[in-house]
Design a protein around this ligand. Structure first.
Ligand code: BGC
Length: 891
């Protein structure tokens, strides 16, 4: 932990500038580029080449997907057209002007701002227009974009997962006319690629969402300044219909994960190799490499393979060596192979070589027996037989390097059953390469809640959290002083845009009441994540490549470096936590939030997530790893039950969280919106106690997602059963408008003996332990504490009250001064839709409010604002016409 580092940024002793983030972000965006095709020497473009650039998005690079995980407001962005020009490429000006005019006449459609259309309207190109352009240059580069995000999955339709008719017609015309055609995919995740073969496209590059430096990174790769070295973090199938999850995706009620552990390449390689268009781990380079295995060691609990990689081509470049383990089928059945480890070389000049090694721990390739078939029920184990470790450059291209034979099954760990499905279903079982079905083992008991030592109320002994931090008093004594009310308040986060913390952020938590603050529990702050710091204000923050792009680099070091910078930036805003990284598995290409997540493979996802988390921790702030667990679909995301076998949970869906917990020292986890095996994740003890805490040894704090549902006692989902949340040690509910007045069942459950002080105390302890190591704690100790505006106006009458018409009000102030402003807002949106309102006073952003539906009632928000002397013209501006400020008061 390096809170000092964060503190120095907060206090301006060290100054963060965007320039700090550029080198690693640019390198990451360029290493993320995956080249799938490169025929006729199409790329790299020759120096000073003259090309024709197609696609309306050539000057509007998509830095991220949409929703909370993408809404970073960057100081600038780079686009493909301008970056190519800066790199010395000349663009056909007739075509360029044509697109400039088209975009002017057909501006970018951002729909409601929160979700955007998957694709934008493209012009219909005419044969003559393209033919003339082809007479001026021989290479056409086409930019295709796709976006999706929170609340908006891709769908298997034209213009979404598939090309639109216009896009396809345009490609066809361009192909007919140009000798060389290169297609750039500035996309949130994989899309249909059947057009590559159909139109014989020469070069195809996945750029993903590379953040604000992504356009520049693309130009570096196209011009050969950087050699592509990204590898696919997902399999690209020949069609959407063959995806292993396709048949069990898209329900509003529940999806059975019938493909079980056979996710992505695990499925295709085992049962359907013919359905792979581009394999997991695949990616071309401008240069060539030789890999020679030098030796292998069996270390008992792991295997190490040593090798030499030599650049045998004529460009400098990097290679990713990948190790896949082929396991015995045993009685459980296994995928054809699983990724056991990977190694990315440094930049190698032509003829240069380097030595590297990959160590594959047994735990990474272990199976989990949820049925008892092996005689070792609920154990991680290696079944007896041959384990062949193969080295290569993709899941489809690797050769055996070492085989070890186990004579007996090896049990690695005995667990307690947790999170088994309640609903029975048939899952896939590998019978010699044929997907047979077997019944999934169902739940036999609920996970036992831990027996806790009571924490009787001791009265106020004057012990503060400082005393605990200094080792003068025990945490237990401190917690015993918290009243029942305080214990109830501490598990309620406040937000969004809480006035108690940095404006425009996701939530305040910990010291959310006056009395908690008096006990020196800091008011901590978190904000989105994961693509950079998201603040709903006029603050500009660096936008980083998406998680999928990061995974495509297979470069842990760059991910860590990048997020060290992101952490420094976060600290400079006085924010403790970034709400990210997200490490859900890419179960299906349709999931809208895939761009926020890394990969279909749990090892790659876990390693990259751990690297990002380590970067943030190094900065002295922390990440919140989300969404635990199985948030694999946005449609009906608050209600759709993910029905998964315990084996698939342990081997696939929870595994990236395990790696992150054990390899990054992460201190916080966010549960998902959805129910998992019948219980909403925010109140699911099997999930948060059974797997996260008891199996993985996580001792940090867990928060819910924003306004998450929790199972009511009758099994339905609602937002008030915080008793169930606390019992599951999901420590904080995010978010409430006001912790003191929030109407839920905590106080009543305590009174009725359905919840104990000890259960609340465990959550409070997790929060306080986090607090002691937080930036806000240090800031508070050194006099940088947060102020609650409401506490400043207690007992005071407003000096100004006005109704707000058309979003406007004017207040004439006698002097320039700080004041508390109270505004009443009504919102006619569904309860969980986030709508932002900006308050502009004389052209400057003075405050931001985020509201969901208010059910016809008004909600009041308080902010400290700066008034100028004379007329203060207040305008409340929102992208949504459904939210309205109706009244203002100034104190
Ligand atoms: C998202 C979270 C996000 C939170 C705060 C929710 O809608 O699911 O990932 O961190 O909002 O913006």
């Amino acid at each position: 932990m390096n809170v000092q580092n964060a503190f120095e940024y907060l206090t301006g002793k060290k100054v963060y500038t965007y320039e700090d983030s550029v080198p690693s972000a640019l390198q990451c965006a360029s290493e993320a580029v995956v080249m799938l095709e490169n025929k006729k020497g199409c790329l790299p473009l020759k120096e000073n080449a003259h090309i024709c650039l197609y696609g309306r998005m050539q000057k509007q690079y998509l830095i991220a997907g949409t929703g909370s995980g993408g809404r970073v407001n960057p100081p600038y962005t780079t686009n493909i057209a301008d970056s190519l020009k800066e790199a010395g490429i000349s663009l056909d000006t007739v075509t360029e002007e044509f697109y400039d005019n088209f975009v002017k006449e057909n501006p970018y459609d951002s729909d409601n701002g929160w979700t955007h259309p998957w694709s934008q309207k493209e012009p219909e190109l005419e044969q003559n227009f393209v033919a003339e352009a082809a007479g001026r240059c021989d290479t056409a580069v086409i930019v295709i974009t796709r976006t999706a995000g929170e609340d908006k999955d891709l769908v298997p339709r034209k213009g979404s997962y598939y090309l639109s008719e216009t896009e396809e017609n345009n490609i066809s015309i361009i192909r007919r006319n140009f000798a060389k055609v290169c297609i750039l995919l500035n996309v949130c995740g994989i899309i249909d690629m059947s057009w590559v073969e159909k139109y014989g496209i020469d070069s195809v590059l996945y750029l993903w969402n590379g953040g604000m430096t992504g356009g520049k990174a693309a130009a570096q790769v196209l011009t050969g300044k950087a050699t592509p070295c990204g590898k696919l973090p997902d399999t690209i199938p020949v069609s959407r219909d063959v995806c292993p999850a396709a048949k069990n995706y898209g329900s509003n009620e529940y999806n059975c994960y019938a493909e079980d552990i056979y996710v992505g390449y695990r499925y295709y390689n085992t049962f359907a190799k013919q359905d792979i268009a581009y394999p997991f781990g695949y990616g071309l380079s401008y240069t060539d490499f030789d890999i020679t295995v030098n030796g292998c060691e069996d270390n008992g609990d792991s295997v190490t393979i040593r090798f030499t990689v030599k650049n045998t081509g004529s460009f400098s470049g990097k290679q990713v060596v990948q190790c896949y383990c082929r396991q015995p089928q045993g009685v459980l059945g296994k995928p054809e192979s699983v990724l056991g480890g990977f190694y990315k070389t440094p930049l190698l000049s032509p003829e240069e070589s380097c030595e590297g090694c990959i160590t594959v721990p047994n735990r990474v390739i272990a199976s989990y027996d949820d049925s008892g078939k092996t005689g070792n029920r609920y154990c991680y184990l290696l079944e007896k037989g041959d384990y062949t470790y193969c080295i290569g450059t993709s899941s489809a291209d690797n050769t055996p390097a070492f085989t070890k034979t186990l004579k007996e099954d090896i049990v690695l760990k005995q667990c307690q059953s947790a999170l088994a499905p309640v609903r029975g279903f048939e899952r896939i079982f590998n019978k010699n390469g044929v997907p047979e079905k077997e019944s999934v083992p169902t739940r036999e008991r609920e996970y036992p809640l831990p027996v806790l030592e009571d924490i009787p109320y001791s009265g106020d002994k004057g012990i503060t959290l400082y005393d605990v931090a200094d080792g003068k008093r025990e945490m237990k004594e401190f917690l015993a002083q918290l009243t029942d009310k305080e214990l109830c308040c501490i598990v309620r986060g406040e937000g969004m845009n809480s006035p108690k913390v940095t404006p425009g952020t996701g939530a305040a938590f910990g010291g959310v009441t006056k009395s908690l603050c008096e006990k020196k529990i800091p008011t901590m702050c978190c904000t989105d994540g994961p693509s950079g710091v998201r603040m709903v204000s006029d603050a500009k923050c660096f936008s980083y490549p998406s998680a999928t792009a990061i995974a495509a680099t297979w470069n842990e070091e760059i991910a860590e470096d990048m997020y060290l910078n992101c952490g420094n930036e976060l600290a400079s805003y006085g924010v403790d936590m970034l709400l990210g990284p997200g490490t859900n598995i890419h179960r299906d290409p349709m999931c809208g939030r895939n761009f926020e997540y890394f990969s279909e493979d749990p090892l790659l996802a876990g390693k990259m997530c751990a690297a990002v988390s380590r970067g943030l921790e190094k900065a002295g702030v922390s990440g919140v790893v989300k969404h635990f667990l199985a948030n694999n679909q946005e449609q009906a995301r608050h209600d759709v039950d993910s029905v998964i076998s315990e084996r698939a949970v342990r081997e696939i869906y929870a595994f990236p969280f395990y790696i992150t917990v054990t390899e990054s020292g992460i201190r916080s986890v966010m549960t998902s919106y959805n129910p998992v095996n019948g219980k909403w994740a925010a109140g699911n003890p099997d999930l948060t106690i059974g797997i996260l805490r008891d199996d993985y040894g996580f001792d940090g704090f867990v928060m819910s997602d924003w306004w998450a549902k929790i199972s009511d006692d009758d099994g339905k989902g609602g937002v008030t059963n915080l008793k169930a949340m606390v019992k599951a040690q999901n420590d904080v509910y995010m978010v409430t408008p006001d912790a003191e007045t929030r109407d839920d069942n905590l106080e009543k459950s305590l009174e009725d003996g359905l919840l104990t002080r000890a259960q609340l105390g465990v959550c409070a302890e997790h929060i306080c332990r986090y607090a002691i190591d937080s930036l806000s704690f240090k800031a508070m100790r050194e006099g940088y504490g947060a102020v609650d505006p409401k506490s400043l106006i207690e007992g005071k009458a407003p000096v100004f009250t006005s109704d707000v018409t058309d979003g406007k009000a004017v207040f004439n102030s006698e002097s320039a001064r700080r004041a508390v402003l109270a505004v009443e807002i009504i919102s006619d949106t569904p309860a969980l839709t986030q709508s932002d309102i900006q308050l502009i006073i004389s052209t400057k952003n003075a405050a931001t409010y985020t509201v969901g539906g208010t059910d016809g009632k008004t909600t009041t928000e308080y902010r400290i604002i700066s008034l100028i002397s004379g007329n203060n013209e207040m305008s409340f501006v929102s992208e949504s016409d459904k939210v309205k400020v109706v009244k203002v008061q100034i104190y």
